[in-house]
Design a binder for this molecule. Structure first.
Ligand SMILES: [Fe+2]
Length: 173
């Protein structure tokens, strides 16, 4: 299957000396999915890529807001405020996208808006924030460990809740 060619960063693969590499990996994954969604008329591709974009971005946003931004905020508080504004805009667009079916024309327009917000946001992080973090005297090993552990807890909470949904679904049939 074509979609198997790209996949999200596998859990627990934050390089210990540079946590920004793990975030960068997520960015590349989202870029590929957005490009795929926006460049096709194939509804099957949109039905795969649309939910995957939303899910990956939401998890990435929560990880940054819960662990990464608080740890690096003191390096440039104004930049983090801008990043949080971008996240807020992305969150609102994702909520609207998730209320529609992938491939609906309204959904395609929202996905284009999400693309514009997220591409600019990723560029800001990659060109300004991440270099600042790498050059700082912050304990990057400690930060990478905390990010890894937060991500693991999100992944297991998600697996648990989807397991519960499946169990409830089974009872209905
Ligand atoms: Fe971000």
């Amino acid at each position: 299957m074509e979609e198997n060619k790209i996949d999200a960063r596998s859990q627990g693969s934050f390089p210990m000396d540079d946590p920004t590499q793990g975030l960068l990996h997520d960015h590349q994954f989202v870029r590929q999915l957005l490009q795929r969604y926006l460049s096709t008329q194939d509804q099957k591709v949109k039905q795969y890529a649309g939910p995957k974009i939303c899910e990956t971005l939401l998890q990435h946003i929560r990880l940054e807001e819960a662990v990464f931004y608080p740890a690096v905020e003191k390096l440039d508080a104004a930049m983090i405020t801008r990043c949080l504004d971008d996240h807020h805009a992305a969150d609102e667009l994702i909520e609207q996208i998730q209320s529609l079916s992938p491939g609906e024309s309204a959904c395609d327009q929202l996905m284009q808006q999400l693309n514009d917000v997220i591409q600019a946001h990723m560029e800001l992080e990659e060109q300004q924030l991440f270099p600042l973090v790498r050059q700082s005297s912050l304990n990057l090993q400690d930060l990478a460990l905390r990010m890894q552990s937060y991500e693991s807890s999100m992944v297991s909470a998600k697996a648990k809740s989807s397991g519960q949904r499946t169990a409830r679904g089974d009872q209905l049939h």
